[in-house]
Design a protein around this ligand. Structure first.
Ligand code: CP
Ligand code: NVA
Length: 309
């Protein structure tokens, strides 16, 4: 029997990212044509959420249903996980019932522990280091708009957080250039950046870290931002809102990018902080396409990991 496949980091799909994007396109086309596609008939996915979610929860649950399977929402508040049952034991127990586990966690170590003790595939639904499902689907959104990803330039404006880390790895894998403009002390994870740069080099891509958002935005094909205060950082809100004040995607910044640049945000957005209404609701914004594509791209991930499609 083939070893189970987990998706904890973008590095886990390094050799299959192009294939996954292609599968996502096929699955989206079938869905749009109203053609049933149910490779996960009879299969179940457990979804553990330590943090809030709208898109991840709904898109995974609906995705499982559309693929012929079923998803269960598990909150630490109403399961034994929250009462001290270990992650390892939870992994062993859930593996006896379900065919895959999606986990949104505070800590990367928790996701690793679940993955190493589960005998079924584990999918990272966001942790402190990365958000791989978001970035796989964002690359799918970019590909839909531009066909070839190679050599495109993405400028990320704001916090060097989980989304930024996965974007660095994802763009490196597909050969896109990326510049992240972050204030001092809020740069991306050094280890993941080094890994991403290593991959980028082999693929002819450049990854830069900048202070000045205007410099980063110059000639960009895509501008991307995320919240200044991620889940779990609520106590730092005031200090962060000060530090990130100049890191907003607004009309002026948009002008610095290519004329036909497109604007992305993984959502939820804090309008008036990291992005203005003018940009988010404007003709260059593709944020709601990104949200929709979570469904299609994750169906590809689920079909691949749970049924070997
Ligand atoms: N982008 C994203 O993961 O959204 P949710 O937190 O709503 O799942
Ligand atoms: N960086 C954000 C992403 C939310 C989808 C967070 O971790 O809260």
């Amino acid at each position: 029997m083939a070893a189970k496949r987990d998706l904890v980091s973008m590095l886990d799909v390094r050799d299959d990212l192009v294939g996954l994007l292609e599968l996502a396109g096929k699955i989206k086309n079938r869905t749009k044509a109203g053609e049933p596609y149910e490779p996960l008939r009879g299969k179940s996915l457990a979804m553990i959420f330590e943090k809030a979610s709208t898109r991840t929860r709904v898109s995974f649950e609906v995705g499982m249903t559309q693929l012929g399977g079923h998803a269960l929402f598990l909150s630490p508040n109403d399961t034994q996980v929250g009462r001290g049952e270990t992650i390892a034991d939870t992994a062993r127990v859930l593996s006896r019932y379900v065919d895959g586990i999606m986990y949104r966690a505070f800590r990367r170590e928790s996701v690793r522990e679940l993955a190493s003790n589960a005998t079924v595939p584990v999918i990272n639904g966001l942790d402190d280091k990365e958000h791989p499902c978001q970035i796989i689907s964002d690359l799918f959104t970019i590909q839909e708009r531009k066909r070839s990803l190679l050599g495109l330039k993405l400028a990320y404006i704001g916090d060097g957080n989980n989304v930024c880390n996965s974007l660095l790895l994802g763009t490196a894998i597909v050969g896109m250039h990326m510049t992240a403009a972050c204030p001092a002390g809020h740069e991306p994870d050094a280890e993941l950046l080094a890994e991403a740069r290593h991959i980028a080099k082999a693929n002819g891509a450049r990854l830069d870290i900048e202070r000045d958002p205007m410099v980063a935005a110059k000639k960009a094909d895509f501008l991307y931002t995320d919240v200044w205060v991620s889940m779990g950082q609520e106590k730092e809100r005031e200090e962060r809102e000060q530090a990130f004040k100049a890191y907003q995607i607004n009309a002026k910044l948009l002008k610095a990018a290519k004329e036909d640049a497109l604007v992305m945000h993984c959502l939820p957005a804090h309008r008036g902080l990291e992005i203005t209404d003018y940009v988010m609701d404007g003709p260059q914004s593709i944020v709601f396409d990104q949200a929709e594509n979570r469904l299609h791209a994750q169906k590809a991930i689920l079909a691949r990991l749970l049924a070997g499609v």
